[in-house]
Design a protein. Sequence first.
Length: 613
Amino acid sequence: MRAALMWTINDFPAYGMLSGWSTHEKLACSYYMENNKAFMLANGELHHVASPRLFGKQKFPGFGLAHNWVKQSIFWELSYWKTNLLCHKLDVMHIEKNVFENIFNAVMDVKAKTKDNIKSRLDIALYCNRKNMELVYEESRVAKPRASFVLEKNAQLLVYKWLKSLRFPNGHASNISRLVNIEDCRLYGMKSHDCHVFMQTLIPLAFRDLLPKGIWDALTEINHFFRDICSSKLNVKHIERLQTNIIETLCKLEMIFPPLFFDSMEHLPIYLLFEAKAGGPVQYRWMYPFERYLFNLKKKVKNKVHVEASIREAYIVEKISTFISYYFEPHLRTRINHVPQHDDGCEVPSSGNLSIFSNIGRPTPKNVLTDSQIFQLQDEQFATWFRTHVYQMGRSASKSLSSLSLGPERKVKCYNGYFVNGYVFHTEEYGQGRKTYNCGVCVKGSTSSELEVDYYGRLEEVVELQYHSEQNTVFLFKCYWYDTTDRGIKVDTHHGLVEINSKARLRNINDVFVFAKQCQQVYYTYTPSFRKDRSRVDWLSFLKTKPRGRVEVVQDENEETSVRDEVFQVKELNVVLSSSGQANVDEEDDIHIEDCDEGDSYSIDDEEEDNSD
């Protein structure tokens, strides 16, 4: 067997340890190296920039002036190492977490963590022309004027109450509300994935009506940057546009925050785009899967005196039990045939030739029979002309088509939820009192002008219809549909934010039912605000979620059979990657993911949810 080390993935301090280039002081940047224009602040201190241990080695002549080398990495002994475009990769997970914490602590004025302190105000007087932010010296004290990017106390309390009320879909994120302490106005125990969710989805909503528009625009732009760079599909031209946009965004932030705010963490996002262009999607190049695996290893420790022995013993037992499971009967539930949490049961083929009876998904049992809406279903879905047409076909009509023309049986089955398309759906009534929100529904639609229109609503009922045969069944969602016309929707064309009026129901709708396999999942939340128009009308912002255990497969547009919208379910936990592990990047090429999206998953430290799958 032959193996090759492609690259290392590490946070910034470990980056310096492995590469040999010290990541502290003026020449911390390993891309620009001695050509950068960084400088040390007179009063401030650089945060989140650590120096690698030298292990007794002497610094080379010119250290800190012409270079920042402290040692020669042992990886250079590999014959191919000098030809690698990327030797040591920056971990997007840690960079995103540090940038978010710097922004959140500054805006929410978190004591002892914000960089808007006395030293930063002294630096403002030296380097900036912001008289309104300079210290005010009074008789016996020094006053620090409130900056425009800092929320007032009542606004901070409003944000923390909003975070306390948040509920996410199952598998999208951990329960952030449990980390909120309203009395202290603090967030405690934020993990990397919590910061990931907040940075990519919640920042535009949290500060939309509480910060000046120019500041909110800059924060939303940094939100868009991390959302785009973490996308499972990357386009080379789009990356080049992001390269220009992130530089402009950082310049806007420099005009908002004090100089002390900008350490190496705020400088590194510029180089993430080069690594994305050379190395492909972020899902191959960040620490989430490895941190999750380490978390699983830590759970195996039963004796803290012998940590390594506990992990080894549990690992061996796990491998042996997995091997033995191959010899059990197929009906016995083992590690081999364990059903993942978001498994939808695969597609159940129909007995006839009609795709309407091919069900994708599995329901959550309710064991209730009802006659409600059955006449409405019959009247709306099966018109008289259809039954007449099938009758005229005679024997040429298949059994499935004949069953369809006769309509469903009088009694239907109702369920509390349904697993489909990688989502877990719950009815609104069933989800009351739960910590997760799983009743948000989105359906792709179209108008006569062939422009796509999405419909949004709440799941009220899961109905199973049977058409005179146990094999011919159909699962439908009965939903409360929001009005998506001008009176019920607001769109921010610049940032793409959409709000729905929850009090406005879609008018002139004859059918409240949709096929379960048509549905995607969204979740709704209000925007913390003091504006009267938002408090008078229940305007909700909706956020789309990504399915769990799904991979989008995209083929060339020139091929006759396009599967652009086709989604396949990943059955194995360990997806075998290509032998090369890299993508050939051309000017017009798209780089596509071939593994599960790790960005929208459970927090690696969330023990309250079952994330074994």
